[in-house]
Design a protein around this ligand. Structure first.
Ligand SMILES: Cc1ncc(COP(=O)(O)O)c(C=O)c1O
Length: 373
């Protein structure tokens, strides 16, 4: 399979470990192993006594049990653990799609959601997000218009990377109905779940709403544990599950045992972990609201509904890539230009899930005052 470069991952490969002030990351503030161990007095014992042999290919049963408890209609047999979310995305496309299939992907998108089907020889149509009155939105009529006889799958992401758009329960029910009426697969990338600013707006996982849906979850984003490389899918679709499990034998075979154990410790304390991360995000979002209100002649602000990222834009023809390079050079602050999403040249991604965000933003503000006012 010939596949194009993953622009976002190449961008991070170049800058993530060099730039001092990362203001565009999509994961939340992380935790140390010591902090995870400190959640329970027995944790240290569990970790140092565990063997380092192969683990169960589908994922540690106790971990799968814990993951299953996040859902309404999923049991441990319907959860499959992967190396991060990315392995699951890659294998889902192989499991469900064939060359010539038509696929609809919400866009802009985390590139693998679009690129892997395209590289496999599928016909990919982008279901473009809308910008309305300072908010992002989706158009369900447009989704219906994109459907063809050959549509095999609809791929969505909510809360969304990069806009932070949160599909409402009503919209989700409608998407499920569209897929169900045509017996189409639905892939719901939900890696930013639990980071809704208003918890009343939390939407059931896709796989709880539709038998042919696969929900994607991960420890990387809401939990801030990207280094564990533990992700999973949950689905009631037994055929897709079996095919995915078979494909995993050709990629990673099984997950890292210590990572599975540390994930279990995190999931056992998920309320505390998520609450801390939501608190950081909500505080940082207030700073962003104030910032964009103050500088609304320079930026267009589209307030996200969930998650640690937003996708604002420079006004007045300023190019986000050129501005980003200049910003990095003068302040050490890194923003992510929209071109890595093949989007326009004005938009850029901001990440605000980390504790040092206020510091990054004040450097950004200094730059704006000195160079853009
Ligand atoms: C929407 C989305 N899906 C999947 C992934 C991959 O996640 P992971 O790094 O845990 O494999 C990312 C990472 O940024 C993402 O934003």
């Amino acid at each position: 399979m010939k596949i194009s470069e993953f622009k976002l991952e190449r961008f991070f490969a170049r800058y993530e470990f060099e730039a001092p002030y990362l203001m565009c990351c999509s994961d939340c503030e992380s935790w140390t192993i010591q902090e995870l161990l400190a959640f329970d007095s027995g944790n240290m014992e569990r970790l140092i006594n565990m063997g380092l042999g192969y683990t169960e290919s589908r994922g540690n049963p106790a971990l799968r049990q814990q993951i299953a408890s996040l859902y309404r209609h999923i049991d441990a047999e319907q959860v499959l653990v992967f190396c991060g979310a990315e392995e699951a995305v890659f294998l889902y496309m192989q499991a469900v799609l064939s060359p010539g299939d038509h696929v609809i992907v919400q866009a802009p998108a985390y590139q693998s959601l679009l690129e892997i089907p395209a590289a496999m020889g599928c016909r990919v149509d982008k279901w473009e997000m809308k910008r309305l009155d300072g908010q992002w939105g989706i158009d369900l009529e447009e989704l219906k218009d994109l459907l063809t006889e050959k549509t095999r799958a609809i791929i969505i992401n909510t809360p969304h990377n990069p806009t932070g758009y949160l599909i409402s329960e009503q919209e989700m029910q409608e998407i499920v109905k569209i897929a169900w009426e045509r017996d189409i697969h639905l892939f719901v990338d939900e890696v930013y779940k639990y980071l809704e600013y208003d918890l009343h707006k939390q939407v059931p996982w896709g796989c709880d709403l539709y038998e042919k849906a696969v929900s994607l979850g991960v420890m990387s984003k809401s939990f801030g544990l990207a280094g564990l490389r533990i992700g999973w899918v949950a689905t009631r679709d037994q055929d897709v599950y079996r095919t995915l499990a078979g494909l995993k034998d050709y990629t990673t075979i099984c997950s890292s045992g210590p990572s599975e154990l540390l994930s279990m410790m995190a999931l056992e304390n998920r309320e505390q972990i998520i609450n801390r991360n939501r608190k950081i995000i909500i505080e940082n979002l207030k700073l962003l609201d104030e910032f964009f209100k103050q500088y609304d002649e320079i930026f267009s602000w589209y307030r996200p509904g969930a998650g640690p990222i937003a996708f604002p834009a420079f006004r007045g023809g300023l190019d986000a890539e050129i501005m980003g390079q200049d910003l990095l050079k003068h302040t050490g602050v890194l923003i992510l230009p929209g071109r890595v999403y093949d989007y326009d040249h004005q938009h850029f991604r901001i990440g605000f899930g980390r504790k040092d965000f206020a510091n990054c933003l004040s450097r950004f503000e200094q730059y704006v005052k000195e160079r853009l006012l």
